[in-house]
Design a protein around this ligand. Sequence first.
Ligand code: SAH
Ligand code: SF4
Ligand code: F3S
Length: 484
Amino acid sequence: MRQEGHCHLVSYCHYLCGPFRKQLGKKVHIESYGCQMNLSDSEIVASILAREGYERAERPEEADLVLLNTCSIRDKAEQTVLNRLDGLTHLKRKNPEMKVGVLGCMAERMRADLLEKKQLVDLVVGPDAYRSLPGLLDEIGTGQKAVNVLLSRDETYADIAPVRLQTNGVTAFISIMRGCDNMCAFCVVPFTRGRERSREPITIVREARDLVRNAYREVTLLGQNVDSFHWSGADGRTTDFADLLAMVAEVDPLLRIRFSTSHPKDMTDKVLEVMAHHPNICSYIHLPVQSGSSAVLQRMNRGYDRDRYLDRIAAIRHFMPDAAISTDIITGFCGETEEDHQDTLSLMREVRYDMAYMFKYSERPRTLAARNYADDVPDDVKGRRLQEVIDLQMRHAADRNQLHVGKEQETLVEGVSKRSADHLFGRNTQNAVVILPKCNAGHADLRPGDLITARIRSATSGSLQGELVRIDHPAPIPKDTIHA
Ligand code: SAH
Ligand code: SF4
Ligand code: F3S
C-alpha cells in the first residue's frame, strides 16, 4: 500500500485520507448576513470546511451543504434569514440530500428552537463552535440533526488561516478579538457572541503579512470594541489596541489600516497619537454615539454621557484635523422623549458626521432593556424620528463631502463601479468612495489594487467624482496563492 502524504488517485483518497474521505467532491455554499465580523467568521468556516475537502459553490443550487451565517441584531435581520430559509425549501424538496445549516448569532440565540421552527434546518452552530463542524457534519450525514452552541472563553480561531470570500483581492478583514463584555441595554451581541477575548498579537501580524504577500493593500481590524483589546504575553508584556495598531502599521508602509468599532468610553488619546503618527493608518474613525441625550445614554448603559462623547470628538479633531468620523444612531429607545430626540439632532449638528448608520430601536429578547424597560415609543414616532435623523445626516454628508472637492487625495482602487463598467471605484483615506474613469490618457488603465493620487472634481452625499493625477504604486502581484 502507498504511504505518501499526498494521494495521487481519487480512489486512494477516498479510502486513505481519513477525515477527507467523506466529503470528497462535496460543495458548500455560504451566505453571510449581519456585520463584518460575520463575514470574517464565514472565512474561518470556509477554511475549516476546505480542510474537510469541501469545494465552494457560488449558488445554493450547486451545493451539497448550504450554510447561512446569521445576525440577530434587530428583529428585521432575523426575519430576513427566516425568509431566506423558506426560500431554500423548494431546493431541499428537489434535492433531499442537500443539508442546510444555520451558523452565527441567530443560531446562538434560538438554538434547537430553530430546528422546530424551520424543518429544513439540519444543523445549528454558534459562533464559538465552528471547530466542531466536521464532527457535526458526520452526524447529519447519518440523517440526524446536530446542534452545538457552546460559547467559549478563549476561542479566537487564531491558528486558522481564513479562506477569503467575496474578495476583491485588495481589502480584507482581520478579527482581532471576539465577544463583548459591555452589556449595552439594547444589544443582543453579548448573548450571541459571549465574553470578550483578544487574539494573540503575533497571529494578527502574521495574518497581515500573509495578506501583503498575497497583494492585499488594506486590512480592517475587527472587534465589537477594539479599544478594549488586551493581551498579556507569557513574558508579562501587555499589548493594548494602540500598541497593536502600531505593530500592524509597521508590517508594510503600503498596507493601509482601518479598524472598527471604537467605543467612546474606552477610546484613548494614545490610539489617536498612533493614528496621527502612521500615515498608513487611515484618517477615519467609526465612533457610535447611539443617542445625543445623556439620560438615554445612561439607560442604554453605554458608559459615557454627551460631554464625554464630545470630548472624544474634540480629541480626534485635535490629533487628526482631517479625519472623517462616522457613527451609529438608534431612534426611539425606551423612554426617549421629544427632547432627547432633539438632543440627538443637536449633537449631530455639533459633530457633523461624514457618515452614519441609523436604526429604529428593535427590542431583543434577554437584553437589559427587554427585562427592565417598556418599549414605549410608538413605531410611527420611532420612524418619524429616524427620518429626521436621516434627512439631517444626508445634508451633513453632502456638506462634508464638498470639502474634498479640488483636493488631491491618496486613493486605493478597489473594484469596478456598480453603475458603469467604464469606471472604477476606490476610497480615500477618510473612507469616502471615489469614482474614477478606467481609461486615462497617458496612463495605463486603472486596476483594483492601484494606489493612486486622485483629484476630486465634484461630490454628492454618497460619493466623490475623481480624476487620475498619477499612479503612485501599481497593483502588486501576489507572491503566493494560499488565500486564492
Ligand atoms: N459594537 C458596536 C456595535 C455593534 S452593533 C458598538 O458598540 O458600537 C451595530 C449597531 O447596531 C449598534 O451600534 C447600534 O446602533 C445598532 N443596534 C444594536 N442593537 C440594536 C437594537 N436592538 N435596535 C436597533 N439598533 C441596534
Ligand atoms: Fe453591543 Fe454595546 Fe457590545 Fe457594541 S459595545 S456589541 S453595542 S454590547
Ligand atoms: Fe449581527 Fe451578530 Fe454581528 S448580531 S451585527 S452578526 S455580532
